[in-house]
Design a binder for this molecule. Sequence first.
Ligand code: SF4
Ligand code: SF4
Length: 349
Amino acid sequence: MIRQIIRQLRAGRRFSLDVILDAADAHMVHAPRPVPAGPAARPRTPFETDLPPERIALRTLGGRDRLRVIRRILPVLAHMRRGVALYDRAAVPKRDVARADDIRDLEARARRLGAKDIAYVRIPRDAIFAGKGIPHEYAIVFTVEMAKAPIDTAPSLDCQIEVVDGYRSLASIAGTLSTFLRRRGFAAYPGTALGGTTDYPHLAELAGIGAIGYHGLLIAPEGGARLRLNVIYTNITNLPVRERNEHAWVRDFCAMCRKCVRSCPVDAIYDAPRDRGNGGRQCIDHGRCRDYFTEHFGCAVCVKVCPFSQVGYEQVRQRFKGNPSAPRFEIVDERVPLPAVASADARTP
Ligand code: SF4
Ligand code: SF4
């Protein structure tokens, strides 16, 4: 991955995050039997933009700020590199059934490292991005929270740096937990903090952590809308999956609120999420968002204005009286039932 960056720079090519992420994905071929994407899978949204360099916010920075950004990005790349290296050393699992203490220790470790929440899902094949694959069909999904103060300054460099720090935590936690699981005898592969080969918000919703808001981001009790997500793919077949998602009311609230829809500077957020045909929801016109996002340090205005970012999940829930006229959305993908195995023996006491 780092080699790919150096090659791009040597060739005098414009730095492309998509090329870097594709290089990271290429390590997946080393997984023993990759699970391919399903027939209704969608491609990953590209980051590439046609904007001239002088309109790309990060390219306009002066020396001091540029150094500040580089100092924050290098650890992200280093952790991502360590993560993809785990694909080159394929796990040779000795176990595929977890004991309660495995799950308890995993969750305790994740919390100590800074994860806000952690849950489990069997991945529907259509949630794998088209043309990509994953090493195992089970995933551990976790969140990290971004601090409110820098997000409140969006769009700004401080806000973008907070987002970058979020990616660093995601990459670091996923790598550490994967190594921990391998030492316990399981197969484990970290998802890529940036990009990835599966639709993380969709998986987090299926795992029951929260619900996707109208801005397309996960909203959850721990961290509201100021969350970033990552996964760990594993061969553990008895992960303690949550049987219900209790957060469907969030979208009933969204149908009333629509603050992000009104606040988006380029009207990139749809009036209501659209069915994507693969179990997920399309909330954003990514073409519209991308250029503004690139010109304004990753924007994040929609995250900032969301009441779940401002006052928190519980406060919003307590004040919300319901919205009978909200459009109904299914959360659980009925075509791929969650595994009925073993929540009892593996659930954390
Ligand atoms: S700003 Fe309002 S409509 Fe948008 S995601 Fe947040 S709660 Fe939902
Ligand atoms: S990041 Fe900015 S441009 Fe993109 S959807 Fe959110 S508010 Fe709109």
